[in-house]
Design a protein around this ligand. Structure first.
Ligand SMILES: Cc1ncc(C[n+]2csc(CCOP(=O)(O)OP(=O)(O)O)c2C)c(N)n1
Length: 558
């Protein structure tokens, strides 16, 4: 039977188990949409291609499975770029399929022609420009394999319109390999590592997004409990270790917990599992863990010794590696180290605002943390509110925090929450945003309303680009420029315009009741939460400083 390139593409996406695609049609991808018309795949019409990219991210981040978005050539493709770069930095498997001008017009500055291949080369794990219809049969399965293999990441497939329209005879579809290639683990090295752990007096586990990608959280918990190793998470690692476990140290780094930033300086063995020594986590790298042996285990060989020289390293799947390490480490209560950790925790506790200050952002997040279900998915935008959530929300399970860690993209929150809601219709999705960030993809309220998804958008409204204002206060002699909004829209009226109900907390007294309501009513809602503009996220490690030199840290003496 004869199939067009567009039909082949859709058929192969179905074969990969794709059930939802977000996108926007245009001249050069209309054949794809025509083929989609006959498919069971659900299409989500975003209102901006960046929104479509983040909807795909929300599906991928919350499910761990590869998700797909569509865009037309030219502006459609350029609008997608931010979401693709964001996926690259956080290792998220999405596939962007873009329309391209017909092959014969490539390189002629044709209408809506941009070099999508060239533009996406540095921001993808891999990209393809498909030159003939038959190539699709190998390109599409390969794109999925690349996106999800080892360290996941985004792939772009650029398909010229004539390739979408040409037909070929197909007698059988390629089979998809489900085999996960398991690399063997270097046993002698594993034994050396286990010996170092058993002999260490002050070990700390420093874990990141790699634990979540590899679903290593269960073995990690057993491993940490067995050998009594305190655990600190990067922003991307939050949820990989339960916040209510006594070994949990919270986040480290620029806005990490005070005790954690001190303790990391004192460790004699840093177990860096599924992390990349990002500067937000390490502060000045020369001052990071100066006394420690460092063991780095990661799926990506190129991360090893990239930032910090290690004592031992292993490249491979972190879950399989922890599983192999488990029988080799001793049962150890580590009384001395654990009681020292407790002492530092008590001397430098997390500073909390008075409980009566209901509108303090930390209290707002705590209230939501008490009301939400354990498996509710929290999505954030970027700014102070993101850091307060990271510091305060009691994450207990992997994939319950979706946040733009590497690229730090304002506008991430709303469309990613939509994607998470599409992939998890049974769960409540809570999106914490700022009055700056929400306006960067506010158009996606229309997409949210279209599908009546269970998303609660909480806007922490301080009338400012808060994190910028904070840096100007601390590092630029209070020269406030371009960080205060001259006007601030009424978000409740905006929501109403899109057909979404809202709760304005301005002047309210029973915040808890309103938040509870906002979390149980089916469908979307917006909560406008006015907060004081002068609140800062503390502690804060100044640029170039070591983590222990944080502002708001205060010295401790043991
Ligand atoms: C797309 C984009 N542009 C600019 C920035 C720089 N930036 C980081 S945080 C921030 C302020 C965010 O303001 P808001 O969303 O209101 O959150 P708040 O800090 O007030 O909680 C800015 C401008 C960014 N991260 N992303």
């Amino acid at each position: 039977m004869k199939y067009s390139g567009a039909e082949i593409t859709i058929k192969l996406l179905e074969q990969q188990g794709i059930t939802t695609i977000a996108g926007i049609p245009g001249g050069t991808n209309l054949p794809l949409y025509n083929a989609l018309y006959k498919s069971s795949i659900r299409h989500i019409l975003a209102r901006h291609e960046q929104g479509a990219g983040y909807i795909a991210q929300g599906i991928a981040r919350s499910s761990g499975k590869t998700a797909v978005c569509f865009a037309t050539s030219g502006p459609g493709a350029t609008n997608l770029l931010t979401a693709i770069a964001d996926a690259k930095l956080d290792s998220i498997p999405i596939i962007g399929i873009t329309g391209q001008v017909p092959t014969s017009l490539i390189g002629t500055d044709a209408f809506q022609e941009v070099d999508t291949y060239g533009l996406t080369l540095p921001i993808t794990k891999h990209n393809f420009l498909v030159r003939s219809v038959s190539e699709l049969l190998t390109t599409i399965p390969e794109a999925f394999e690349i996106a999800q293999a080892d360290r996941p990441g985004p792939v772009v497939i650029d398909i010229p319109k004539d390739v979408q329209m040409s037909e070929i005879e197909i007698n059988g579809w390629p089979s998809i390999s489900c085999e996960k290639k398991q690399k063997s683990i270097d046993s002698p090295k594993l034994e050396q590592i286990a010996t170092m752990i058993n002999e260490s007096k002050r070990p700390i586990l420093y874990i990141g997004g790699g634990i979540i990608h590899s679903s290593a959280h269960k073995n990690l918990l057993e491993f940490a409990n067995k050998n009594s190793i305190p655990v600190t998470c990067t922003l991307m690692g939050l949820g990989a270790f339960p916040a209510d476990n006594s070994l949990y140290l919270g986040m480290l780094g620029m806005h990490g917990a005070r005790h954690t930033n001190y303790l990391v300086k004192e460790t004699d063995l840093l177990l860096a599992f599924g992390v990349r020594f990002d500067d937000r986590a390490t502060g000045n790298i020369k001052k990071f863990c100066p006394e420690a042996n460092i063991i780095h285990i990661d799926i990506d060989q190129s991360e090893i010794n990239k930032i910090k020289e290690t004592t031992h390293s292993l490249t491979g799947d972190i879950d399989a590696t922890i599983q192999s390490l488990l029988p080799l480490v001793h049962n150890d209560r580590r009384h001395e180290w654990i009681s020292y950790v407790e002492k530092i925790k008590n001397r430098t506790p997390v500073k909390l605002p008075p409980e009566a200050d209901e509108f303090h952002p930390i209290n707002i997040i705590k209230t939501i943390g008490n009301l939400a279900e354990r498996d509710s998915i929290i999505v954030t935008d970027v700014g102070q509110h993101q850091m307060w959530v990271a510091q305060t929300y009691p994450f207990k399970a992997p994939r319950t925090l979706l946040t733009s860690g590497g690229l730090g993209t304002m506008g991430f929150g709303l469309p990613t929450a939509i994607g998470a809601a599409l992939a998890n219709p049974e769960k409540r999705i809570i999106c914490f945003s700022g009055d700056g960030s929400i306006l960067m993809n506010i158009q996606e309220l229309a997409t949210l309303a279209d599908h009546n998804l269970n998303v609660t958008v909480i806007i922490m409204n301080n009338g400012h680009l808060g994190l910028v204002r904070q840096q100007q206060e601390l590092f630029y002699e209070k020269n406030y420029i371009a960080s205060k909004f001259l006007s601030n829209p009424d978000f409740i009226t905006i929501g109403r315009g899109f057909g979404i109900k809202g709760y304005d907390l301005k002047g309210c007294h029973d915040l808890r009741k309103i938040f509870a309501q906002s979390l149980i009513e089916p469908g979307p809602c917006i909560v406008n939460a006015p907060i004081h503009y002068s609140e800062n996220v503390m502690p804060m490690v100044p640029p170039g400083a070591g983590n222990h030199e944080m502002i708001g840290g205060e010295s401790y003496d043991c």
